[in-house]
Write a protein that binds this ligand. Structure first.
Ligand code: MOS
Length: 706
């Protein structure tokens, strides 16, 4: 099935600067988040609270759990361990899983005595207050038989291949040897932790064979499927509800151990609502993170800067418990021209907690390395960094050979240059000083794939008096998708947005894919457009009140003939204190080409948010594992720094007009992740322009300049 934007070209609702449909409820505190939700029989039973007991060894076995002191504490309802927890029934259900299967070993909570990482849940207490549960958890004694562990990452020990994303074209070594100008350097990015404002939280009750779960999640239907499998329930007996989610950044895109623990507790305490809310510290131990990368990037070019060789040899690590690889080489695979290309990934298996998706997985570290290397190549060629990118614009996708459905990189670079004031920039590094601050500017490109996932469905119901109800089990994790989907539905039904009431965030609504991969709005919007078309086909434009129709998007739009990506360009101004090395980023400006912008207000917010996270990535974010113990030692906001208001100067987001008839019926590409890609490189490149110091390891702390 081929989709075009043709019948949505006269969009009235799309493109409008509509306020968030959930905005008033949120800012007035009336939007209940998962922990605040009241389970249905809280009148009969006050909720109970869970606190996990976490392993203090990185590898080995639990030999005994001493729960007596905890159980004796007034208010304690249960002490769980592998000795008494209900058995889970994981399946290899990979045929139906987009992201996660229920035999994911991260999910097998309290199922054996095995310990695979420090911080793993080895017991838990359920009590009548969160404070009692926490104190009782402290009283649980756990004996271990520890075994030697390995939690030290080094690129040299990364010896497991990860061939699925590797690329070999031509002969990079020969092309490098023949190139007039080369860059060959290693770039590194640290572990980074997803830190949404709302830590993971769950309210769950199991009653009469049904499981009702209030969960802050990016995908209510994935959660339902995983829990139904783990607890041997019909999917119809599991309901997952999460209309309001305080951010996820990927960490709420799949199920993690604390949710399974909550459902185990609810099973033991049948009929009682149980709640769990992770502490910020537990967020560093139980819900994933972005793995570190060391990327050896090779670029070879002729004297005019035309690239002949592109290489990225990525090393990273994975938890031995669960393979997750940060595919940082994907950026170098597709971004620029070059006949010879070699992209490889090698992985070290360590006894550490499992990783997960974090905003722009792969491309956030990948575009850091590639775009700093491009800046180095520009300098080596004596070219303006924008001109270098212009000269290496590929006509077609360098790996697949496919044409781009649209590729607006050059428009973004030129519009960004003019908005930022790039023209006339003195390329010499380290020559501008103002009041003791060295001043520089830098640029980098950004990209993220545009795609549509199969498997979403939508229901259209005509409520009478011109009003439509549109239902889809999608998620709005703070991105504005609720609002954007309402606009898409209005245009698909040719009615004003006021006449559309859109429901999401509930697995009782039609199936929907994850709010992830910057593919949420594309995937759900396509399903809504198809359902609206089918509804009009069946019921006409003057339907009877109560007319209803549900359709499933079995296959996404056929984009196989095209390479589909969003592009952008970020510009940054950086000031580095000459005597102390202190870094300031007064200005970041990005211009993006992401197809149709469905809502400029929420889109701008996503792009600014992505760039803000890019500033944070550039300057601050770094999780440090102590290999002696195997856990992240800076597991709080006192020592894991995220950019605060004072770190962020003027951040501006713009976009170019782009009509892409191939990606989906809306002509829209995703915007949730592209903003973070490229931003850290622009900042590092600006710091080099300011100081002459080339930083190749994030975060760019002040010691780099001393
Ligand atoms: Mo996003 S990291 O794909 O949830």
């Amino acid at each position: 099935m081929t989709e075009t934007t043709a019948d949505l070209l006269n969009a009235k609702a799309m493109g409008a600067d509509l306020e968030r449909v959930d905005g008033l409820a949120k800012v007035t505190g009336q939007a209940p988040y998962a922990f605040e939700q009241h389970a249905f029989d809280e009148r009969a039973h006050a909720p109970l609270y869970i606190h996990p007991v976490q392993s203090t060894i990185a590898k080995g076995r639990v030999t005994a759990v001493h729960g007596e002191r905890a159980a004796a504490l007034p208010g304690v309802a249960a002490v769980l361990s592998h000795e008494n927890a209900p058995r889970l029934t994981p399946e290899d259900d990979s045929d139906v899983a987009m992201i996660q299967t229920s035999d994911d070993r991260e999910l097998l909570v309290l199922q054996s005595d095995e310990v695979s990482y420090r911080g793993q849940i080895v017991a838990a207490v359920v009590a009548d207050t969160p404070e009692t549960a926490r104190e009782a958890a402290r009283l649980v004694g756990v004996d271990y038989a520890a075994e030697p562990h390995d939690a030290a990452f080094s690129p040299d020990s990364a010896d497991l291949p990860e061939p699925t994303v590797d690329t070999e074209l031509g002969d990079v070594a020969a092309a490098m040897a023949a190139a007039a100008v080369t860059v060959d350097a290693a770039y590194s990015t640290p572990i980074q932790h997803n830190n949404p404002m709302e830590p993971h939280a769950t309210t769950v009750v199991r009653s009469g064979g049904a499981l009702t779960v209030f969960e802050g999640t990016q995908a209510v239907h994935i959660v339902r499927r995983i829990l139904a499998a783990l607890f041997s329930l019909d999917a119809e007996r599991v309901q997952v509800i999460g209309p309001y989610v305080g951010g996820g950044f990927g960490a709420k895109g799949s199920v993690h151990a604390p949710l399974v623990l909550a459902c185990l507790a609810a099973t033991v305490l049948e009929g009682r609502p149980v709640k769990i809310a992770l502490t910020r510290r537990q967020m560093f131990e139980l819900v994933g993170y972005r793995p570190p990368t060391v990327q050896r990037v090779r670029l070879g070019a002729d004297a005019e800067g035309r690239i002949s060789a592109v290489g990225n040899d990525v090393t990273t690590h994975t938890s031995r418990l669960k393979r997750f690889v940060e595919n940082a080489g994907g950026s170098a695979a597709m971004m620029y021209a070059g006949e010879n290309r070699s992209i490889g990934h090698r992985v070290a298996e360590l006894d550490i907690s499992p990783a997960t998706f974090m905003r722009a997985p792969g491309h956030a570290p990948g575009m850091f390395a590639l775009e700093v290397a491009m800046d180095e190549l520009a300098e080596a060629c004596g070219l303006d960094p924008i001109e270098l990118r212009v000269r290496n614009e590929p006509g077609t996708d360098p790996v697949s050979g496919l044409p781009y459905s649209s590729r607006g990189l050059l428009d973004c670079l030129s519009e960004g240059a003019s908005r930022f004031g790039w023209e006339g920039r003195d390329p010499r590094p380290g020559v501008r000083e103002e009041d003791g601050w060295l001043v520089g500017t830098g640029v980098a490109a950004s990209t993220f794939p545009a795609f549509t996932m199969p498997g979403s469905a939508a229901r259209i119901r005509f409520a009478g008096e011109g009003r439509y109800e549109v239902s889809i089990g999608a998620a709005d994790i703070g991105t504005g998708s609720w609002t954007a989907l309402t606009q898409i539905a209005a245009d698909a039904l040719s009615v004003p947005v006021e006449d559309v009431a859109l429901a999401l965030g509930d697995s009782a609504l039609p199936a929907a894919t994850v709010a992830g991969g910057s593919a949420g709005t594309s995937s759900w919007g396509t399903a809504i457009v198809q359902a609206a078309r089918a509804f009009v086909d069946s019921h006409g434009t003057e339907p009877a009140a109560g007319a209803e129709l549900t359709t499933v998007l079995k296959r996404p739009p056929d984009t196989r003939g095209y390479s589909t990506h969003a592009f952008g360009a970020q510009f940054a101004e950086v000031r580095v204190r000459a005597d102390t090395g202190e870094v300031r980023v007064p200005r970041v400006l990005g211009v993006f080409a992401a197809g149709r912008i469905i809502n400029p207000r929420t889109a701008r917010s996503q792009l600014i948010g992505g760039m803000t996270m890019g500033v944070s990535m550039a300057l601050h974010e770094e999780s440090v594992i102590d290999p002696r113990f195997g856990h992240v030692v800076n597991h709080d906001f006192a020592s894991y720094h995220v950019a605060a208001n004072a770190d962020i100067g003027d951040v501006q987001a713009y976009w170019v007009e782009e009509h892409d008839p191939h990606v989906n019926p809306m002509g829209a590409k995703g915007i949730g992740e592209i903003g973070i890609t490229g931003t850290a490189a622009a900042i590092v490149n600006a710091a080099h322009h300011a100081t002459g110091v080339r930083v190749r390891a994030l975060p760019m702390t002040l010691d780099h300049f001393l």
